[in-house]
Design a protein around this ligand. Structure first.
Ligand code: DX5
Ligand code: ZN
Length: 208
């Protein structure tokens, strides 16, 4: 299992947390970007752009912002694996603009999104990021209803003969990782790794 570590909530400073992830066996660094509009919290600004320069693993970028096009250029020249954006009425336009800049794009499925409505966008994306908590903060509990959503998405992917991959974000620890492992290709973990005394041990448990 591929593991992306989010540095959003940690017992270390952000600099120390990124350093720890760089040295760990994590596959990716999951960057949570919040504008204070799409979600209440905000972490966009000069500090964030500076932190990104320290990241030494490919970035999985999770946009929790109203207008993704406003921030994409900050990722130019960085080692970005994918940018995840939320569904809204401009989704296909945003997706096209971001692709034109050379990035792969993924769709975030938030807890409030209607899966039936989302289906028609699956053929356009490389990956889907299923949120298993309300976006905007680390350290929340995994929402059990996500399992059923994952099953539906996997079933639909097979029926429609599509080949996007599935990632999951929110409340992932060694127990919830076991519940989702048959349905996802990657997972994101934040506080379970970053609040532990031995983060590497936690990453290894998630990778199993
Ligand atoms: C939540 C973020 C997550 C978060 C995960 O809004 O998108 O990436 O940092 O943290 P944990 O693993 O603590 O739920
Ligand atoms: Zn995230």
């Amino acid at each position: 299992m591929k593991v992306a570590v989010s540095f959003l909530s940690s017992k270390r400073t952000t600099g120390q947390t990124i350093d720890m992830i760089n040295k760990s066996s994590a596959d990716f660094i999951h960057v949570d970007l919040m504008d204070g509009k799409f979600v209440e919290n905000k972490n966009i600004g000069a500090r964030m752009w500076k932190y990104l320069q320290y990241c030494e693993k490919p970035l999985d970028v999770h946009f929790m912002v109203k207008n993704p096009l406003k921030y994409v250029d900050h990722f130019k020249g960085l080692n970005v694996r994918i940018i995840y954006i939320n569904y809204n009425s401009y989704f296909l336009n945003d997706l096209e603009q971001i692709r034109k800049k050379g990035f792969r794009v993924g769709l975030v499925i938030n807890p409030w999104d209607d899966l039936e409505l989302m289906k028609k966008y699956y053929p356009y994306v490389d990956k889907i990021l299923v949120m298993s908590v309300i976006p905007g903060a680390g350290g929340q509990s995994f929402m059990m209803e996500t399992i059923d959503k994952l099953k539906q998405i996997v079933k639909y992917r097979k029926e429609a003969n599509l080949n996007f991959t599935i990632n999951i974000d929110g409340g992932i620890n060694e127990d919830t990782a076991k519940l989702v492992k048959n349905y996802v290709d990657d997972l994101v973990s934040g506080s379970y790794v970053c609040k532990a005394d031995d983060p590497e041990k936690q990453i290894e448990k998630l990778k199993k």
